[in-house]
Design a protein around this ligand. Structure first.
Ligand code: ATP
Ligand code: MG
Length: 395
């Protein structure tokens, strides 16, 4: 009787492999992140082997849970559930039988990759020999272009691997490999996606949300919290600063002509975000602006808003179309939260004809008339802080 198969998950990463001297740092961080994401699931070890990361000896019934957890880990190109066997053709044939088991499929192909060039057979030999074997044994045809079942073989030095369930990751860099940035998050569609894109590049992202309670209800706050629970699946932990903007908005609406309100609301968001950031060692801000999407996102208005910032403002969605942003929001599961009804602190007070081409001299002159220091300092004092943590994919 054949022994029961040894199942493991084989993880491939892409961009990290291009790193030079500090490649080890990125690999170790990636392994550490993987360890945290799957700590509650049974496996014997996580090892690094010939440019792959292996999650060894998993229980096959846990595969669905591993799938959900590993899909969230940043820096993975893909991962495959595989069976381990010796690096010889006969062992590969037996492992193919174990892998296919009672699987239902119409046609198949073998996709072999030889890592260890000194093996006595090439990847093409493996494709042909194992392919013919499967064809005869299971009486199914080969289909190279659109196979129902794609059987991957990885031919390594010490052992080989065979598997068919390949899941694509988000690629990018391991979460938390860069410095800290503060993301201005509304509960709209765009800023969660912008934050996600930066987590994907390894930036340590924390958040600031501005609300106008009690003039409007707390729905935007509760939506943002739900969004941060989703984003915590990728970064594992984060901090949210909740800033009450209402008194500043009231002062702006009292003094400034209405067509400039939104620009001034945004300038004060950016000013407050700068203060929080500089105090807490964040080195950049992030927003979900996309050029031309709304009046406050024309180039002139972006200039008028950015003018108050000492820190660089990263706008990962600048050049994306709304459709692409919506698609991404769906993929990362923030879309359904973002479309829950809420009153936004700015759109609630939006005038009918906002300025689309703010002039800096006018903005600077108006700013001098505001005399807002006392209200501003009070707002800073009233900022609340909340922590978010990965809650794990429960079994
Ligand atoms: P979003 O969908 O992210 O709200 P939007 O298309 O609605 O974006 P705006 O509302 O003009 O655009 O906001 C532009 C950017 O300003 C947002 O992406 C976000 O980074 C920031 N922002 C807007 N409102 C808030 C808020 N209440 N709290 C924090 N940041 C905000
Ligand atoms: Mg918005």
């Amino acid at each position: 009787m054949s022994k029961s198969p040894i199942y493991l998950i084989v993880i491939h990463y892409s961009e990290i492999a291009l790193k030079g001297n500090n490649r080890k740092f990125f690999e170790n961080l990636l392994i550490n992140n993987i360890r945290k994401h799957i700590s509650h699931l049974k496996h014997s070890s996580i090892t690094h082997h010939e440019s792959r990361i292996l999650v060894n000896d998993i229980v096959i019934n846990d595969w669905e849970f591993f799938k959900n957890c590993l899909s969230n880990v940043m820096g993975l190109k893909n991962f495959i559930l595989m069976i381990k066997c010796k690096s010889d053709i006969e062992a590969l044939k037996s492992a193919a039988v174990q892998l296919i088991g009672k699987k239902n499929f119409k046609n198949f192909r073998i996709t072999a990759r030889r890592n260890y060039k000194k093996l006595t057979f090439t990847s093409q030999d493996a494709n042909i020999i194992v392919g013919e074997f499967v064809q005869k044994k299971f009486k199914k045809p080969v289909n190279l272009n659109h196979p129902d079942l794609n059987i991957h073989l990885e031919l390594l030095k010490d052992f080989s691997l065979i598997g068919s369930e390949k899941i694509n990751g988000f690629s990018g860099l391991p979460a938390n490999c860069q410095e800290k940035a503060l993301s201005l998050i509304s509960s709209g569609i765009d800023s969660p996606v912008a934050s996600f894109e930066m987590i994907k590049r390894g930036v340590i992202v924390d958040y600031i949300h501005f609300h106008s309670y009690p003039a409007i209800n707390k729905q935007s706050i509760s939506n943002v919290k739900k969004i941060l629970n989703v984003l915590s699946n990728h970064q594992l932990k984060s901090t949210l600063y909740l800033a009450p903007l209402l008194s500043i908005q009231e002062k702006i609406m009292e003094i400034i002509p209405d067509k400039y309100w939104v620009i001034f609301f945004r300038r004060y968001m950016i000013k407050i975000a700068n203060d929080i950031a500089l105090k807490n060692r964040y080195v950049a801000l992030i927003t979900g602006d996309s050029i031309g999407q709304v009046a406050s996102q024309t180039l002139s208005n972006i200039r008028a808003i950015s003018d108050v910032s000492d820190l660089p403002i990263i706008r990962p969605l600048s050049g994306l179309n709304k459709e692409d942003i919506v698609n991404k929001a769906e993929i990362i599961s923030t879309y359904n939260i973002s479309i829950e009804p809420y009153e936004d602190c700015c759109s609630f007070f939006v005038p009918p004809h906002p300025e689309t081409k703010a002039k800096m001299d006018i903005i600077n002159r108006l700013d001098k008339t505001l005399k807002i220091d006392e209200i501003y300092n009070k707002t800073l004092k009233n900022i609340e802080i909340q922590k978010f943590k990965y809650r794990g994919e429960s079994k």
